[in-house]
Design a protein around this ligand. Sequence first.
Ligand SMILES: Nc1ncnc2c1ncn2[C@@H]1O[C@H](COP(=O)(O)OP(=O)(O)OP(=O)(O)O)[C@@H](O)[C@H]1O
Length: 292
Amino acid sequence: MYYFIVNKTSGNGRSIKIWNEIEGILKEKKVTYMVLLSSNKIEVLEYISTIKSRNSRVDGVVALGGDGTIHEIINQLIGTVYPFTVIPTGSGNDFARARGITKDYEQEIDRILKKGQQTIDLLKIGDRHCMTVVGIGFDGKVAKEANEMKLKKWFGGLAYFFIIFKVLISYKPTYTKLLLNGEERIFERVWLIAIANHPYYGGGMKICPDATSNDGKLDICIIHSLPKWRLLFILAAVFKGKHVTMTGVEYVQVESIEVESNEPLYVTADGEIMGQTPTTVTVTKDAFHVIS
Ligand SMILES: Nc1ncnc2c1ncn2[C@@H]1O[C@H](COP(=O)(O)OP(=O)(O)OP(=O)(O)O)[C@@H](O)[C@H]1O
């Protein structure tokens, strides 16, 4: 049995239209499935509890949504061996981008029905798990604004571009103390800290180009000690992942990071607001099953 979870709110209602097409294909191929058309997170929790209580074979749990939808589902599925995947219908779709999952849903259904599986790592932040990137500081503030403005519903990845400029006008870098695998590092003027399991966030920004979800490591990009105008050049280079060797960019791979700052910084995971610093992020190796 395949279980589909369609987030009616993601991608400005696009998911429902795509689901209607997909349902036609599933019926044609005589696939057994159940579907939840959800408009809030509580429904996801109840649906996944029902799947667990059925105690029957689960061939796959498939999300139709963006990274926020994935975030919610992985946090309910964690601890199970149900294979998960996504058909991207959100505005950013950074998990799908990282794994080469396309918007060609006929092709993606064929992939899903082949039943290939693999295990991947997840990031752990407090009691939540994160699939893509934890963003702290400037990027945390950008994600917060993006969620509040709902602009990304209309402009997709392009919305982040406008919001970056808006936040940049008033944002000030912060004194930050990091513990990287327990070793203290002080950064006087931090713009952002991105902690990654997959390379992309913000609708295609390749912030941690070497991040892979099967190495048991956090890839961390720290942008610091730069004037504002230089940050703009760095951010432009991020789209191609060419920023990592530039002055003011530190790129490390570790198993744990603790972040303290002299004023609270926004922390996001998969584009969802988690809270503010101080915070600790670790990696859980082979924590989760996905359809390959
Ligand atoms: N299954 C669900 N049903 C309804 N709402 C959900 C569900 N899962 C998550 N949400 C909420 O819906 C919001 C939007 O979902 P999502 O982030 O997937 O779409 P998006 O914003 O269009 O895409 P992206 O994150 O890729 O930019 C999330 O911020 C989350 O709070």
